[in-house]
Design a protein around this ligand. Structure first.
Ligand code: AMP
Length: 289
């Protein structure tokens, strides 16, 4: 596995792979890898022949400077996991290299107004800017993103379409711990009590699925039931529990088309997110989370 720290090196290695007829798969990450990240590489391997992963804690997407400083970093462990997952090249840039004299940013309207976009000022602009830069550096054929960050994934699909970026986006399923908690690098910050309490997040999605299976279609009823479950876990704060249409991530009062139920809550100082995609299916809806 190649570890490339400069843009030039990265481009040269990828150019060689492409010249050898290989298709390039790309998984952007902020490191502190877990099975959620490596599952994206697994998906990418099904579509491409040369796997690139970036590991970069992207300062400009952190709306909270304390979150940036405390974000876990453990590169040697990441390299071992990436190698094991079949990554061919890790791109490990630093902040100065990525943002020297930086003046240009990428924004996506509408799909960023709700959910995390309403609570994390500047976050998505930082994400789209770095992802566009990374796409320009790596020039992947395929890039894989996790459903875990559904607003990010849907918005990046829109960005790629709107800006004619020549890359195919794949959204891969959320990987969970055995007890249901969605894997996240930030889970490391949870103490034992918070870790246990945080289970209410995935449990609330399970309750929503049950209600939908029993025929409930009203957002108020579904989200109200979820809120009661989340509150029972004693969160520091609930940012949102929302139902939105998948197409534009705008609020839906009634479940009538492909939709997303998503939530964000703090356990201690750790902000956790999770979501469920709801697809119309024969005679009802299928919930994917
Ligand atoms: P991050 O390192 O948190 O910025 O995430 C990098 C990529 O991994 C993003 O596409 C995330 O959506 C994805 N990801 C993070 N956690 C999970 C998970 N539990 N399951 C699937 N994908 C994930």
């Amino acid at each position: 596995m190649i570890i490339a720290k400069t843009i030039e090196e990265t481009r040269a290695h990828i150019a060689r792979a492409r010249a050898a007829g290989k298709r390039i798969g790309f998984v952007p990450t902020m490191g502190y890898l877990h099975r959620g990240h490596t599952s994206l590489v697994e998906v990418s391997k099904r579509h491409t022949d040369f796997q690139v992963m970036s590991i970069f804690v992207n300062k400009i997407q952190f709306n909270d400077p304390k979150d940036y400083v405390s974000y876990p970093r453990e590169f040697e462990r990441d390299f071992a996991m990436a190698r094991e997952a079949g990554v061919d090249l890790v791109f490990l840039p630093d902040n100065e290299m990525m943002y020297v004299n930086h003046l240009t940013h990428v924004d996506v309207d509408l799909v960023t107004t709700q959910l995390c976009g309403a609570h994390r000022e500047g976050h998505f602009r930082g994400v789209f800017t770095v992802v566009t830069k990374l796409f320009n550096i790596v020039q992947p054929d395929v890039s894989v993103f996790g459903q875990k960050d559904i607003q990010q994934a849907v918005s990046i699909e829109k960005m790629v379409f709107d800006l004619n970026q020549p890359v195919k986006i794949i959204i891969a399923p959320t990987v969970r711990e055995d007890d249901g908690l969605a894997m996240s690098s930030r889970n490391k910050h949870l103490d034992a009590t918070q870790r246990k309490n945080a289970l209410v997040i995935s449990q609330s999605l399970g309750e929503a699925r049950e209600l939908i299976a029993r025929g409930e279609r009203g957002a108020a009823a579904i989200l109200g039931a979820m809120r009661r479950i989340v509150e029972s876990g004693n969160p520091q704060k609930i940012d949102y529990i929302s139902m939105v249409r998948y197409i534009d991530l705008q609020p839906a009062d009634t479940l009538a088309e492909k939709s997303v139920i998503a939530l964000a809550a703090f356990f201690g100082t750790t902000r956790l997110i999770d979501n469920m995609v709801i697809e119309p299916a024969a005679g009802g809806f299928t919930c994917i989370y």
